[in-house]
Design a protein around this ligand. Structure first.
Ligand SMILES: Nc1nc2c(ncn2[C@@H]2O[C@H](COP(=O)(O)OP(=O)(O)OP(=O)(O)O)[C@@H](O)[C@H]2O)c(=O)[nH]1
Ligand SMILES: [Mg+2]
Length: 435
């Protein structure tokens, strides 16, 4: 997400850190660079202008030319202003109705149907019901049915009378105890009157509590024009920006709040139903500026496994009693959290690291081909067992050798770590101060 933007900011910060103090001219140059970076990321030019003025004012108030660590002052100013640009505090989707109702609108292919599934997964405890509202395209209804099935949600197929179908689905929800109903409306290539009239009718008659505009993050500034047009005709609650996992430059995300006044509620970061995140302006600002996002990472970690079990595993690990079964559990937990390279981007400074996800799949296959006794005590895995495991997992004996060797080394290291009290960690293991 925002790779290009982040790279440029990280480079700029590195350059600034080389300066002891900054002259007025150097501050001006740095701000010009920030302006270029944002414009190249396709941020709306008016938004960029206002942003640069706000940062400059902040720097002047802090007497930047006299600051001892000017790079830090600029870093903080950028972070604060970017957070406020993105909306300041996070906007939450308020769901109070019984059933709560959400209507998803947006142009063709922006990701509405996928998003309906993501919402259903996120609010699974409400036993969501997904309602197809696009009778013109039979494939649309079928797609939503599949999405609902994957999400474990209820489903209502499309009917010619879209509004009547929405109203009927509310009755179904009350009867079945579905406490969230999501209307997945039709997309069009362009905004047209017929579609808008239909959406207006849904709003008037079925009164969804929230109408969310789904925007494709890849399309940049055009997303803003769409947002304004939808906003003129419909009462929108907020925006959801999808496809931020791809080459999206970030322009839409950074500008939409300022240009349309609409808060961003969620972002979509992949095609899978788990690839949704509530939008936190400060965390996104942090990611854009290359500081990572440990908050979101911690949330993903705690959501992905049972905390008790995590603690027990950590304890085993430090005592060096960690076996391949625990290792497999951890691998699966990581997989549940989504893509590893996406997770790495949340760790400050680790965004550039490449992770080989196919290797994870191979390791999983190797461990799965071992017997419980072998997983528990890898020392018993001799030559003939290695050959059997390699054959069973479609890998080679060398692969098995490498896995066992690395696992053995990790275990020794863990034992050494476990024997040390936290207050007296050896050099390399102490948390670094500052950045
Ligand atoms: N990479 C990526 N792809 C996404 C994301 N969200 C949706 N997609 C993909 O975008 C394509 C269109 O998604 P849909 O959910 O069908 O879009 P839609 O708005 O319902 O489309 P219409 O109903 O035709 O208007 C599909 O191939 C999705 O898999 C996302 O966050 N990241
Ligand atoms: Mg759709």
């Amino acid at each position: 997400m925002f790779d290009a933007l982040t790279d440029r900011f990280v480079k700029l910060q590195r350059k600034l850190r080389g300066y002891g103090t900054l002259s007025q001219q150097e501050v001006g140059e740095a701000l010009r660079e920030v302006r270029t970076v944002l414009l190249e990321a396709d941020v709306n030019y008016k938004v960029v202008g206002a942003f640069i003025r706000a940062v400059r004012q902040r720097l002047e108030e802090q007497d930047i030319t006299r600051a001892v660590k000017p790079a830090e002052v600029i870093d903080v100013a950028l972070f604060r202003e970017l957070t406020s640009l993105l909306g300041g505090s996070p906007a939450k989707l308020e769901l109070s109705g019984n059933p709560a109702t959400v209507c998803l609108v947006g142009l063709q292919g922006t990701g509405k149907t996928t998003f309906a599934g993501k919402l259903a997964k996120l609010y699974k405890s409400r036993r969501p019901l997904l309602v197809a509202c696009d009778p013109k395209r039979p494939a649309a209804s079928e797609q939503l049915r599949r999405v609902a099935e994957t999400a474990g949600a209820g489903f209502v197929p499309a009917r010619d009378d879209v509004v009547a179908n929405c109203l009927a689905s509310l009755d179904v929800a009350r009867r079945q105890g579905n406490n969230l109903v999501v209307f997945d409306t039709a997309g069009r290539l362009h905004i047209d009157n017929e579609l808008m009239a239909e959406l207006e009718l849904i709003q008037q008659q079925a009164s969804p509590e929230a109408t969310l505009l789904v925007l494709d993050g890849m399309v940049g500034q055009d997303a803003l024009i769409q947002a304004e047009q939808f906003h003129e005709r419909l009462k929108l609650t907020g925006a959801c920006i999808t496809k931020l996992d791809g080459d999206a430059r970030g322009g839409a995300v950074v500008s939409v709040r300022q240009v349309t006044g609409l808060p961003v509620l969620f972002i979509g970061t992949g095609e899978k139903l788990a690839d949704i995140e509530p939008f936190h302006p400060d965390r996104i600002a942090s990611r854009i500026l290359g500081r990572g996002d440990l908050h979101s990472l911690a949330e993903k970690v705690s959501a992905s496994g049972n905390p008790e079990q995590q603690r027990a595993t950590a304890e085993k690990f430090l005592k060096g009693r960690f076996d391949l079964e625990d290792f497999l559990d951890q691998l699966r937990n990581i997989k549940k959290m989504g893509s590893l390279s996406k997770l790495m981007k949340m760790i400050p400074g680790a965004g550039q690291v490449n992770v080989d996800e196919t290797e994870m799949v191979r390791v999983e296959a190797m461990i799965q081909s071992m017997t419980p006794a072998e997983r528990h005590d890898p020392d018993i895995i001799d030559g003939s067992r290695r050959r059997r495991i390699a054959e069973g997992s479609g890998t080679s004996v060398q692969d098995i050798n490498r896995l066992l060797k690395e696992f053995g080394q990790a275990r020794v290291m863990a034992r050494q770590l476990g024997g040390i009290t936290p207050g007296r960690l050896p050099r390399g293991f102490r948390p670094r101060r500052g950045r």
